[in-house]
Write a protein that binds this ligand. Structure first.
Ligand code: UT7
Length: 327
């Protein structure tokens, strides 16, 4: 993602999780399921739920504020928000977050690419930086799937959680740690009915789980291979693999297809579930906190979601901090 000399460089991370944790046992009261089914089929033990008093914008604000703090910046040139669950269909979350963060009249908008949203937003922001249209960009991924999931549908209610993650990208050089070296992104609208919310929100999220499962493995594997090729890295040179956190078995299957040792794949969904666009920045924060991701690591991110959409990115992990909070 380089034009001329300017490349997007990761400068800081922030996260925000709602305080309320709902574990599998708490779901048994309303769903015909079991703790063992959920853990064995997904790897999820609990998820965070935002509740009526915490909005998508609230979580985005907190995660964005934390990322700015981590990067040591008070101003940016643009705000790009990835979300598929905005509080309102109109206006976008971006301008509200830019305003409440006191970032002035910068351009601010949303990217809707479901679970691939964070990497899509990174790609768009990297393009703004590479073309000189922005110097520093705040990228925020924020989701409240508890707003669109049927609480009585065991096929989806056990999977999703709420939360937000954010990153600051600054303008830098391609040979610096943190430089976004390559992106692969794509879509296939023929699969639009595999995960959807009905027109005008007339009903809850519907997902054909098994088919999505297979497509997620297929596309995250092929997209990762393309981004590795663009980075000039062999699979064996990847230190840390950060896939979308939908299902532990999907993560294991993709790692296996890539011949990556499973311990190189960050699996951070046990206590947060699938947080859609927020899952990659939340996994990055968790990986950094527990030492799975360290400065100098060759890191590959990959995601897949409704649309269908997929996206991957490669970077050498920089010396950065992550600021985390709860709401
Ligand atoms: O983030 C966007 C991308 N989303 C994903 O990547 C999600 C992809 N899909 C998945 O992760 C998996 O397909 C699921 C976790 C959703 C389902 O796991 P599965 O192994 O594919 O199960 P299945 O849908 O084939 O269902 C197996 C059985 C069915 O019962 P029968 O027909 O075999 O009697 C389901 O009705 O498991 C049943 N089942 C459940 N049982 C207990 C489905 N959900 C549950 C549940 N508890 N929560």
């Amino acid at each position: 993602m380089t034009t001329g000399d300017q490349t997007a460089v990761l400068a800081g991370l922030g996260t925000c999780l709602p305080m309320e944790e709902v574990d599998n046992a708490a779901l048994l009261a309303r769903l015909d399921t079991s703790d063992s089914w959920i853990r064995e089929r997904t790897g999820i033990a609990a998820r965070r739920i935002a509740g009526a008093n915490v909005s998508v914008c609230d979580m985005a604000h907190a995660a964005g504020e934390n990322a700015l703090k981590a990067a040591g910046l008070a101003e940016v040139d643009a705000v790009v928000v990835a979300t598929s669950t905005p509080d309102r269909p109109l206006p976008a979350v971006g301008p509200q977050v830019a305003s409440t963060l006191g970032l002035g009249s910068v351009p601010a908008f949303d990217v809707s690419a479901a679970c691939s949203g964070f990497i899509y937003a990174l790609a768009v922001s990297a393009g703004l930086i590479a073309t000189g249209m922005a110097g520093d960009v705040l990228v925020v991924a924020t989701e409240k799937y508890s707003d669109i999931v049927d609480p009585t549908d065991r096929a989806t209610a056990v999977l999703f959680g709420d939360g937000a993650g954010a990153a600051v990208l600054r303008s830098g050089r391609r040979d610096e740690p943190g430089a976004l070296l390559a992106v692969d992104w794509g879509s296939d609208g023929a699969g639009r009915d595999l995960i959807y919310v009905p027109e005008r929100h007339d009903g809850y999220l519907s997902m054909t789980g098994k088919r999505v499962y297979l497509k997620a493995i297929e596309h995250m594997t092929s997209s990762t291979l393309r981004v590795l090729d663009r980075c000039g890295w062999a699979t064996s040179e990847v230190d840390t693999f950060v896939p979308h956190q939908a299902n532990k078995r999907i993560i294991q299957a993709v790692a296996q297809q890539l011949s990556l040792p499973e311990d190189k794949a960050v699996c951070a969904l046990e206590r947060t579930g699938n947080t859609a666009a927020a899952s990659i920045p939340l996994a990055l924060a968790q990986g950094q906190a527990n030492g799975t991701i360290g400065a100098g690591d060759r890191v590959v991110l990959t995601a897949f979601g409704a649309g269908m959409t997929w996206a991957s990115a490669g970077l050498v992990w920089p010396e950065i901090t992550t600021v985390e909070s709860e709401l």
